[in-house]
Design a protein around this ligand. Structure first.
Ligand SMILES: Nc1ncnc2c1ncn2[C@@H]1O[C@H](COP(=O)(O)OP(=O)(O)OP(=O)(O)O)[C@@H](O)[C@H]1O
Ligand SMILES: [Mg+2]
Length: 124
């Protein structure tokens, strides 16, 4: 199987006047081509923070996030936008659908063969 999304020892810390908030604490995971996953946990556990990084909307404070082999922490805002356009088929506040292809980006037939899908449901 081909690994399409990988978190390596990822932490996200928000620095507030009142002190630091650790939204993600040393998270490692990997999602392979064709996998469908749901993320469920209590409010404030970091689900949205995790999803924002998968959707290239945010970058980690520590650790590395790889989308299709690219370390998003090393990409410019423009490169992140290109990555989103290339791989993110649809997104909402609670889910993302990705598509990855080893073949030509313009070929729908090849792309559909390499479809990867991820959806995460966020608590009510
Ligand atoms: N922009 C931010 N600035 C400061 N703290 C934040 C920010 N975003 C999230 N947090 C904090 O990070 C932690 C994780 O928040 P997050 O929104 O990722 O949780 P969640 O699991 O999506 O919660 P919910 O189920 O309520 O949507 C919480 O303590 C939250 O208050
Ligand atoms: Mg949330």
């Amino acid at each position: 199987m081909i690994e399409t999304i990988r978190f390596r020892d990822v932490s996200k810390i928000y620095s507030l006047k009142s002190g630091d908030v650790t939204a993600l604490d040393h998270v490692s995971l990997s999602i392979e081509e064709g996998e469908f996953i749901a993320i469920m946990d209590s409010s404030g556990s970091g689900k949205s923070t995790l999803l924002n990084m998968m959707g290239c909307l945010d970058t980690p404070t520590y650790g590395e996030v790889f989308i299709n082999g690219q370390n998003i922490g090393e990409l410019s805002d423009d490169d992140l936008t290109i990555l989103r356009r290339r791989h993110l088929v649809s997104s909402s506040s609670s889910s993302f659908l990705f598509r990855f292809s080893r073949q030509s980006r313009t070929s729908d037939s090849h792309s559909s063969l390499m479809a990867a899908q991820m959806s995460a449901q966020i608590g009510a």
